[in-house]
Design a protein around this ligand. Structure first.
Ligand SMILES: [Zn+2]
Length: 238
């Protein structure tokens, strides 16, 4: 599936995706008094099949703005390091993909055919069926470069970048431990497990940098190549 950027997403589709995510969040949290019913950043993924948006399906709705401090890391994999909403959305998508992969491998042909995956004959592995698309919605620009230099910046009469030489632009950034915001990462630092255990800062890539990586390598991790269109509220509403 070709990568799409937000600029290529038709407005109607962007509005539909944002509406479906917000409706699902309301459906899940209306009447809830728990802290989980509150949110700052809301993200989610919607799946569409074919050209039509009919039958668009919400795969996940997530919230979150924090990443953990190094002292809470688990060597058994029991802790989620990065809880920013869009990162949790990707984790949820992976879980959905594994479920669909299981369906594809089922002995029951009806279940197998209902899977969104099919086998890649020549290269091996699996791929999405041609008509399956995923759309990632984020209610704000992702932390890092996208948020600092966000579409909120007013367009002046001069086209293009008004600060092309600004040193802070286009740098890899890491999230603040247990807090919000990002800082440029130094190329001198090598992160090590024992270093973190001794109190070294845990470096977690900004969401802007992670999404940039997904756009090149796919969101799936390995074996399949899947890209999602990214929609955030700024673009969805214009
Ligand atoms: Zn983030």
């Amino acid at each position: 599936m070709p990568a799409e950027c937000a600029n290529n997403v038709p407005g109607d589709l962007a509005n539909l995706v944002s509406r479906l995510i917000m409706e699902k969040f309301s459906e899940l949290t209306d009447g809830m008094t728990s802290a989980y019913a509150r949110r700052k950043v809301l993200a989610g993924i919607v799946m569409t099949t074919g050209e039509s948006t009919e039958g668009a399906q919400v795969i996940c709705v997530t919230t979150g703005t924090k990443s953990i401090n190094g002292e809470y890391m688990s060597d058994k994999g029991f802790a989620v390091n990065d809880c920013h909403a869009e990162i949790i959305s990707r984790r949820s998508l992976l879980r959905f993909l594994y479920t669909e992969l299981e369906k594809h491998l089922s002995d029951n042909s009806e279940v197998k055919n209902s899977s969104i995956f099919e086998r890649r004959e020549e290269q091996g592995g699996y791929k999405l069926k041609d008509n399956v698309f995923f759309h990632l919605y984020i209610s704000t620009a992702p932390c890092g470069d996208s948020r600092i230099f966000s579409p909120h910046e007013k367009v002046t009469e001069e086209p293009g970048d008004r600060h092309p030489n600004r040193n802070s632009r286009g740098q890899l950034r890491t999230k603040i431990e247990s807090g919000e915001g990002t800082i440029p990462v130094s190329s001198q630092i090598t992160q090590t497990w024992d270093g973190i255990l001794e109190g070294g800062r845990l470096l977690t890539m900004s969401c802007s940098d992670k999404i940039a990586r997904w756009n090149v390598l796919g969101v799936q991790g390995k074996k399949m190549m899947i890209n999602v269109s990214v929609i955030n509220c700024v673009l969805a509403c214009t």
